[in-house]
Design a protein around this ligand. Sequence first.
Ligand SMILES: [Zn+2]
Length: 264
Amino acid sequence: MKSPTYITTSWDDGHPMDLRVAALLAKCGIAGTFYVPAATELGTMSAAQLRELVHDFEIGAHTLHHIDLTRVSDRTAWQEIADSKAWVEDNTGVSCVCFCPPLGRYESLHLHMIRKAGYLGLRSVEFLSLDFPRRQAGLMLMPTTVQAFPHRFSAFAKNAIKRKALANLWRYVVHGRAAEWPVMAESLLRHAIARGGVFHLWGHSWELQDESQWQRLKDVLCFMGGFVRQAPALTNGQLCRMSMPSVTVLSQAAQAAKTAAAGG
Ligand SMILES: [Zn+2]
């Protein structure tokens, strides 16, 4: 029996244009996780907009100030990781289980910090993967499939070589020769449905605006929406929970019960 297929999407940086992405996702019946920092140079949505978004979508953490974790002290990195979880939870009233390091940059010590802060999952920027979340350092690491952005071939090659992920590069050669991300997305989604796996589309709303990609995004999301019976759409957090070994889920539930019994 082939393994199941799931669809997920994620959107970084918390720009007010995220609401436009959210409207398209809702229209096409696709779930999404928005990684929202407290502040960025490009501006972030208001508290009221964030509360509107959390009605239908998952909110993940993306540090407080959109910092590159590899360029700050360990102490600052820890504060940015732990405090952004508290910030999301205070502003949404919902538990925040997924973290995305800005610019996709992190080192192994950050994985330990992310786990210690209480997250379940981390979304990386590995491209062209159809893998389920992988367990590493007590976290579920989620790679991505396609970015809603017109990359050049060199970007894919660099990404695959850095990660020693030559199978991903092979997928580019087979599915991406048209070099148009919507073509690659459609081809890889069909491939995921045929063989099983996770199709993960991600992007930045401000980039969609800068590159005039809205019509393309709408077309791709409508196409994805046509497959949700074969490939249910989940948030990043739902996908992590589903992929976690059951023993971890049980021990985390036991830990949560212990904390609750101890009064917080
Ligand atoms: Zn970012």
